[in-house]
Design a binder for this molecule. Structure first.
Ligand SMILES: *[C@@H]1O[C@H](CO)[C@@H](O)[C@H](O)[C@H]1NC(C)=O
Ligand SMILES: *[C@@H]1O[C@H](CO)[C@@H](O)[C@H](O)[C@H]1NC(C)=O
Ligand SMILES: *[C@@H]1O[C@H](CO)[C@@H](O)[C@H](O)[C@H]1NC(C)=O
Ligand SMILES: *[C@@H]1O[C@H](CO)[C@@H](O)[C@H](O)[C@H]1NC(C)=O
Ligand SMILES: *[C@@H]1O[C@H](CO)[C@@H](O)[C@H](O)[C@H]1NC(C)=O
Ligand SMILES: *[C@@H]1O[C@H](CO)[C@@H](O)[C@H](O)[C@H]1NC(C)=O
Ligand SMILES: *[C@@H]1O[C@H](CO)[C@@H](O)[C@H](O)[C@H]1NC(C)=O
Ligand SMILES: *[C@@H]1O[C@H](CO)[C@@H](O)[C@H](O)[C@H]1NC(C)=O
Ligand SMILES: *[C@@H]1O[C@H](CO)[C@@H](O)[C@H](O)[C@H]1NC(C)=O
Ligand SMILES: *[C@@H]1O[C@H](CO)[C@@H](O)[C@H](O)[C@H]1NC(C)=O
Ligand SMILES: *[C@@H]1O[C@H](CO)[C@@H](O)[C@H](O)[C@H]1NC(C)=O
Ligand SMILES: *[C@@H]1O[C@H](CO)[C@@H](O)[C@H](O)[C@H]1NC(C)=O
Length: 438
């Protein structure tokens, strides 16, 4: 959406007229109205605004200028776009305090520095495809949306006084190593993805966020975070330690998936998850603990991996089903079976497996692909045997859920269709969103 409006305004770059209307010459005029798509392609075009403190309209800068400055303007009632100025090396607008609409810097191939030293207030900031930029300076106190994508920034520190943001999305900045922010609330989403895999994220003042999604991050610090209103996801990071000791509530899904270096979880104050809890394919996570205060899961519980222990000692209620599968022989299903027996697992399906049981499935149906396609009797009966073996001491084994899943596939895949679907569509959304930025 952002990109479209940028392209639209660049199409008008040559054709639209520059129409600065101001009254007195020599003195600063309080307000100059420019056309809704005014363009500047040289510093001389920008100099025409040197008598203006306020510009009313949308200004686009492009063409062949090498450096640019907008020295006197304090406010733009509209947007400022610098697009496809491929010879521009630096830009400064250090008097500018406010932009009521968006600030867009896009496709500036040799721009190394952009300085907006007084800029306090802007609706949206879009920094997109800035392969040479090393510094972006601002003093932003108020911004609704921040998108930083495909830049050469190593750190994001132009937002050191920002307390509240709607969307903060930083993606595909391959040189990024650190982001430190004093933001206290994120009313929509905080997303970091596909930046350099060495990125350290520090949001120690953040108290609540609607949702947070992190991919390809190296370390995180969220020392004050108490609540996630919607979803929290850690997917494919190189994080070794998730320490969220103040976090108490997650409104919807909580996912920890494919974090190969993850060793430690510490969510000691987390008591409720409104949606599903998915902990899957974290190859180094042997002992899943640090969720000692979790009492209720509003969706399904899905835990998949090579873990030896799953400690959910306070858990009283799972509204959905449970699908817990470990490759480890040492993992015991006893605690979950006891919870199920007490009626703590409300959903229809309940699957719990460890290394020993999956080995027996493999042994008894050697050609798994064949059997799942043809749904052979051999495979059906072997998985029924496995169920009996697992749940012999549980009366209401929720026969419907468990057996319907095993009739489709001997590994009980049906039970995990829903959560995987959620994750896939989430990644899909993320991809579509990122594609729309590029
Ligand atoms: C700036 O452009 C937006 C849409 O691109 C338009 O809605 C707005 O009216 C323009 N502002 C001015 C002051 O012309
Ligand atoms: C950039 O500079 C080069 C050489 O100075 C020139 O040939 C080219 O036309 C300039 N680009 C634009 C967009 O004006
Ligand atoms: C960017 O500017 C160059 C000229 O410097 C032009 O050929 C090209 O079409 C422009 N690209 C866009 C997307 O406007
Ligand atoms: C980070 O990325 C580099 C290059 O893409 C890769 O060689 C390295 O293994 C990655 N490190 C981690 C921890 O994923
Ligand atoms: C954030 O949460 C809202 C629900 O409050 C949801 O509609 C939206 O898709 C979520 N965004 C992301 C990026 O997860
Ligand atoms: C976890 O975070 C808390 C609060 O920020 C800190 O006191 C504690 O040392 C951290 N623990 C680990 C293991 O990093
Ligand atoms: C999220 O939760 C906080 C703390 O309970 C609340 O103040 C805020 O209004 C909620 N935000 C949304 C978007 O629901
Ligand atoms: C995780 O990252 C690796 C390496 O960057 C990539 O090949 C893989 O597709 C990613 N997996 C997911 C689930 O994003
Ligand atoms: C995990 O965290 C505990 C403290 O909570 C700490 O003692 C231990 O060293 C951590 N382990 C790893 C592998 O980081
Ligand atoms: C666990 O929950 C209890 C009661 O809800 C609370 O008193 C206690 O402080 C919590 N423990 C931690 C480590 O947050
Ligand atoms: C975990 O890995 C398995 C095998 O690679 C894959 O089939 C499954 O989809 C993964 N689970 C999740 C939740 O990503
Ligand atoms: C599971 O972890 C153990 C170490 O605890 C390791 O020996 C084994 O190879 C792992 N199995 C798989 C399938 O990853």
């Amino acid at each position: 959406m952002q990109l479209h409006s940028l392209i639209a305004s660049s199409a008008l770059l040559i054709s639209s007229a520059l129409a600065a209307t101001s009254s007195t010459s020599g003195t600063l005029s309080s307000s100059c109205t420019i056309s809704s798509h005014a363009t500047a392609t040289a510093q001389s075009d920008l100099d025409k605004y040197s008598r203006c403190e306020t510009l009313v309209g949308n200004l686009t800068i492009g063409g062949g200028l090498k450096t640019g400055s907008l020295a006197t303007v304090k406010e733009i009632k509209g947007s400022l776009t610098i697009f496809n100025a491929t010879n521009l090396t630096s830009f400064a607008a250090d008097s500018l305090q406010s932009i009521t609409d968006s600030l867009n810097l896009q496709s500036l191939t040799i721009l190394t520095s952009a300085s907006f030293g007084s800029l306090q207030s802007v609706d949206s900031i879009n920094l997109i495809t800035l392969p040479a930029i090393s510094t972006f300076t601002s003093n932003i106190k108020s911004a609704n949306n921040i998108y930083i994508s495909d830049t050469a920034l190593q750190s994001v520190d132009g937002f050191s006084v920002l307390k509240k943001v709607n969307v903060f999305n930083v993606n595909n900045n391959k040189r990024l190593t650190s982001i430190k922010s004093p933001v206290e609330t994120v009313t929509d989403s905080l997303q970091f993805s596909f930046n350099g895999n060495q990125t350290k994220i520090t949001f120690d003042d953040l108290v609540w966020a609607n949702n947070i999604s992190l991919t390809d991050v190296h370390s995180v610090s969220f020392a004050s975070l108490r609540k996630i209103n919607s979803s929290l996801g850690f997917i494919n990071n190189s994080i070794s330690n998730l320490n969220f000791t103040k976090l108490n509530t997650i409104g919807q899904t909580f996912s920890i998936v494919s974090n190969d270096y993850l060793k430690n979880l510490s969510f000691s104050n987390l008591s409720t998850i409104g949606g599903a809890l998915v902990i899957a394919n974290n190859t180094g996570l042997q002992k899943i603990s640090g969720l000692d205060n979790l009492t209720a899961i509003g969706g399904t519980l899905q835990v998949v991996g090579n873990f030896t222990a799953l400690n959910l000692d306070s858990l009283k209620s799972i509204k959905g089903g449970a699908d817990v599968e470990s490759k480890s022989n040492n993992f015991s299903c006893n605690a979950l079976k006891a919870l199920q027996k007490k009626g703590g697992i409300k959903g229809e399906s309940f699957v719990c497996k460890n290394g020993a049981t999956s080995t027996s499935v493999k042994l008894s149906s050697t050609s798994k692909h064949q059997s799942s396609q043809t749904s052979s009797r051999a495979s059906k009966s072997s998985s029924k045997a496995e169920e009996k073996n697992l749940f012999s001491d549980v009366k209401a084994v929720s026969a419907s859920g468990a057996s319907s899943s095993s009739s489709k596939s001997s590994t009980g895949n049906a039970a995990i269709v829903a959560p995987i679907g959620q994750i896939t569509s989430f990644i899909g959304l993320l991809t579509v969103f990122i594609m729309s930025l590029i």
